[in-house]
Design a protein around this ligand. Structure first.
Ligand SMILES: CC(=O)N[C@H]1[C@@H](OP(=O)(O)OP(=O)(O)OC[C@H]2O[C@@H](n3ccc(=O)[nH]c3=O)[C@H](O)[C@@H]2O)O[C@H](CO)[C@@H](O)[C@@H]1O[C@H](C)C(=O)N[C@@H](C)C(=O)N[C@H](CCC(=O)O)C(=O)O
Ligand SMILES: Nc1ncnc2c1ncn2[C@@H]1O[C@H](COP(=O)(O)OP(=O)(O)OP(=O)(O)O)[C@@H](O)[C@H]1O
Length: 542
């Protein structure tokens, strides 16, 4: 499937000579023993193609053969499932003018590839650096912000983007929900795109008069070098909570990956939320200058933070919260989070401090954040309370901590019963499933257990693990319902149970436009189901 990303290609890229690129990035022509300067780069075979020393003009970089346009260098990376070099013939057929890969990749290339081959020990790492050079160092010509952390990235980036747009002009935003340049947005293939795509998007942004870019930075992206060659003005860390242990192994490794974003050459300065021990560690050890921010009123050592939320009124109308933020100079600024719950006070405060660090006047940042309207799938109010209908919210919480925060945010705005619909992802961290079930049974009044993205797993097995957790709190599963007929049926069931004073919250999928079941992506969105069933209920009750 061709990614929506392919729509974004810069129109004018001055050609860079392949020979210059090779010299600058220490790429060694395959099969030319005279110029091999790194032992690990030694080719095991000599893919004969056009001579390795051939010079060609390069106008693009990609790691995906189906995204190649004429003039690109195709980087064949060693993947988890295949070596990208296997797709070099397809890339060359599509117009790739050269291939960069490692020795193992070179060994896979056919003799008649028809394009020069250059070697590097770590093709993933060099792909971004290549793209930075070929696309003219776009991150240096934009004000760039990267936001990392387990939870709050999407929300915080929307807040930051609003503040940068207000203070610095036309903006670009990249993350889990969308890729947006100025007014043009497309569905995002992932939280952080591949490095060449990121540099390419920045080059397009510059052509369109954009002055600033805010991107979410996932831990996968850092580990897989998707930020290579990007020099951020400001990076931010929101928090670290249990997630992605299937990929990182343990929390220490997960933290080390996140912390590596805070490195000279990668970012000039940082903003670190010090509410959890991980943030405090990062602030204490960061090799780049950071501003610390305490957003929980009772965070240890909060008074030592550079910035601090000193009071917060979470508001009971379910819309947002007013809070006071004290800056390093002691001045206290009153600000507003337009989304409910204390976590969004944290996200709004982070965004304000990030924007200030990026050069936006604080009053402009505060005003812009206060005006942000709904963020898709983040505490999104889809059906308002009234006409006999409950308040219906979609939220992306899919980690234990996020689920606690989401339920705690919704409880005060729920005069009646709090009904939670949840599942958990297949082929991902299995340990969190009973934890989610336990939290659900402890903090919601009614729990409807359903499917999220079962992927290759048997859906009933995932639900059973959630129910096991729920049993720890409610041994006889009182008011805990398992719905086997699919997520839409579960949502409808939850809405059928409710009255006007109740709240339904469905967690886990947020904005996602598809549901992945047994390798097939079905079009599905929680929001659409809510709206359709609300119409049915209103009609039936009329
Ligand atoms: C675990 C992970 O991150 N995997 C990434 C990894 O895949 P891989 O190594 O398995 O790739 P592969 O299929 O072996 O292919 C190797 C190379 O051949 C290329 N190829 C492959 C097939 C083809 O026809 N032509 C072609 O050129 C691929 O583009 C790739 O460069 O390298 C690929 C590109 O180089 C990524 O697309 C892929 O992300 C996959 C799609 C993915 O789902 N990643 C998720 C886990 C992810 O990154 N998630 C985070 C957010 C996490 C969160 O916070 O929830 C994100 O940033 O989105
Ligand atoms: N600062 C925060 N701390 C803890 N939980 C949060 C925070 N902000 C949001 N959440 C919860 O986490 C969920 C995900 O929020 P958001 O999408 O902003 O984070 P994210 O980091 O982008 O997540 P992901 O990487 O999974 O896309 C929200 O729906 C909310 O329930």
């Amino acid at each position: 499937m061709t990614s929506p990303l392919t729509q974004f290609r810069p129109e004018r890229v001055p050609a860079t000579s392949l020979r210059d690129l090779a010299a600058q990035l220490h790429l060694t022509p395959a099969g030319d023993p005279c110029v091999v300067d790194s032992p690990a780069s030694s080719p095991t075979s000599t893919p004969a193609s056009s001579p390795a020393s051939t010079d060609v003009p390069v106008t693009g970089v990609t790691v995906a053969s189906d995204a190649v346009v004429p003039g690109d260098v195709f980087v064949g990376v060693p993947g988890f499932t295949a070596h990208g070099a296997r797709f070099a013939p397809a890339a060359v057929a599509a117009g790739a003018v050269a291939v960069v890969t490692d020795a193992a990749g070179a060994a896979l290339l056919p003799a008649d590839l028809g394009a020069p081959v250059l070697l590097h020990d770590d093709p993933r790492a060099v792909a971004g650096v290549l793209a930075d050079v070929v696309y003219g160092g776009p991150s240096d010509r934009l004000t760039t912000v990267g936001v990392t952390g387990t939870n709050g990235k999407t929300t915080t980036t929307y807040f930051v983007e609003a503040a940068l747009r207000a203070g610095l002009g036309t903006s670009a935003l990249m993350g889990t929900v969308e890729l947006r340049i100025g007014d043009q947005g497309v569905e995002s293939p992932r939280t952080t795109v591949e490095a060449p795509a990121l540099h390419r998007l920045m080059a397009v942004a510059l052509e369109r008069g954009v002055t600033n870019l805010t991107t979410e930075v996932s831990s996968h992206a850092i580990a897989l070098h998707r930020l290579a060659g990007v020099r951020f003005d400001v990076v931010a860390f929101t928090n670290l909570q249990r997630d992605h242990l299937d990929f990182h192994g343990d929390m220490e490794s997960y933290f080390a990956v996140k912390a590596s974003l805070f490195a000279p050459g990668q970012a000039a300065r940082g903003v670190v939320v010090v509410d959890d021990e991980w943030g405090r560690r990062l602030a204490a050890t960061s090799p780049i200058p950071v501003a610390s921010l305490a957003t929980h009123l009772d965070a240890p050592d909060a008074e030592r933070a550079d910035w601090r939320v000193v009071s917060a009124d979470i508001g009971l109308d379910g819309v947002g919260s007013t809070f006071d933020l004290r800056g390093p100079d002691g001045a206290v600024h009153t600000a507003f989070s337009p989304l409910p719950g204390l976590v969004n006070v944290s996200n709004a405060a982070t965004a304000i401090v990030v924007a200030v660090s990026a050069g936006v006047p604080i009053d402009v940042a505060i005003d812009a954040v206060a005006r942000v309207t709904a963020i898709p799938g983040r505490m999104e109010r889809v059906v308002e309370r009234g006409q006999g209908l409950a308040l219906c919210i979609v939220d992306y919480a899919h980690t234990p901590d996020a689920l606690v925060y989401a339920l705690e945010a919704v409880r005060p705005i729920t005069p009646g019963r709090l009904v939670l619909v949840l599942g958990s992802d297949g082929d991902r961290d299995q340990g969190k499933r009973p934890m989610l079930g336990e939290i659900a049974a402890r903090l919601a009044d009614v729990v409807v257990v359903t499917d999220e993205n079962p992927r290759s797993e048997v859906p009933g097995t995932i639900r059973a693990a959630i129910l096991d957790g729920a049993r720890e709190v409610r041994p006889d599963l009182t008011d805990v319902v398992e719905i086997e007929a699919g997520r839409a049926a579960a949502l409808r069931h939850a809405m059928d149970l409710t009255r006007e004073g109740d709240t339904v919250i469905v967690t886990g999928k947020g904005h996602e436009p598809t549901q992945e079941i047994a390798g097939v992506f079905h079009r599905y969105n929680d929001r659409d189901v809510y709206l359709e069933h609300a119409r049915t209920l209103l009609r039936d009750r009329a």
